[in-house]
Design a protein around this ligand. Structure first.
Ligand SMILES: *Cc1c(COP(=O)(O)O)cnc(C)c1O
Length: 231
């Protein structure tokens, strides 16, 4: 029995049931496996189940894992943690996705640093939908302008929007927050941006996110188990 097989299958089932329950096609929601704090053997095991997209929050930790897993040809690495400008070069060189674009300056640096022999770097604009000061992301009011600016950069491919809902037991609150992100996503599309990714929903709230239109959920602990500290 491959480690993590039950957990990974169970998460896939949760996603498919959530999609079906709201009239969406099962398989219309991608699973990003969030591997932060978990070591390369754990990632390798989940890769062995067929998972290809992995999310990491910390650049240095991710680079070490990329090196340890360099023999796996088609892993897709997503940066889902904050990005400092002194890390943009290595991130542009090593990641396939950056989901945490929250200012134009960072987007410009990533575009400038993306190597010419690689396809454009996939990016999402991170929107602060919870309104909590501690959370990253642009305000909903600023999101569309940043999305249009990022989409115009030559070495970036704007794929969509990313958000994190409040950590609350109140289901209606997170539905409302996810609905804000969905509305912004629809405005991107109607404004002519070729976006296809609405990245929202984690272990605790994936059903709410899928009900509100998520095309990608980011799941860590339901696959890999609890993280020691809240990392
Ligand atoms: C850690 C993290 C996740 C995954 O959280 P879980 O609750 O373990 O599923 C998703 N998105 C972001 C931005 C994270 O930092």
């Amino acid at each position: 029995m491959v480690p993590y097989a039950n957990a990974w299958q169970y998460v896939r089932g949760r996603i498919d049931r959530a999609a079906t329950a709201t009239g969406r096609a099962p398989g219309s929601v991608r699973l990003l496996a969030v591997s932060k704090t978990f070591p390369p053997p754990a990632i390798r095991a989940v890769y062995g189940l067929g998972q290809r997209a992995f999310g990491e929050n910390y650049v240095q930790e991710a680079l070490e894992k990329m090196d340890a897993l360099a023999d796996l040809p088609d892993v897709e690495w997503h940066l889902i943690g904050p990005l400092q400008s002194n890390k943009t070069k290595v991130v542009a060189e090593r990641f396939q996705w950056v989901e945490t674009i929250d200012r134009l300056r960072i987007a410009m640096r990533l575009s400038d640093a993306r190597p010419a022999d690689l396809p454009p770097l996939n990016v999402c604009v991170q929107v602060n939908i919870s309104g909590e000061a501690s959370k990253s992301g642009v305000s909903p009011e600023e999101a569309l302008a940043l999305a249009h600016d990022a989409a115009a950069l030559p070495r970036l491919a704007l794929r969509g929007l990313m958000g994190i809902a409040s950590d609350t037991p109140v289901v209606a609150t997170r539905h409302a927050e996810f609905a804000v992100l969905r509305a912004l996503f629809d405005l991107c599309r109607s404004g002519g941006l070729p976006v296809d990714t609405l990245s929202m929903g984690m272990t605790a709230d994936l059903e709410s996110a899928v009900a509100e239109g998520a095309t990608q959920v980011r799941i860590g602990s339901a696959i890999f188990g609890p993280r020691g500290r809240d990392a």
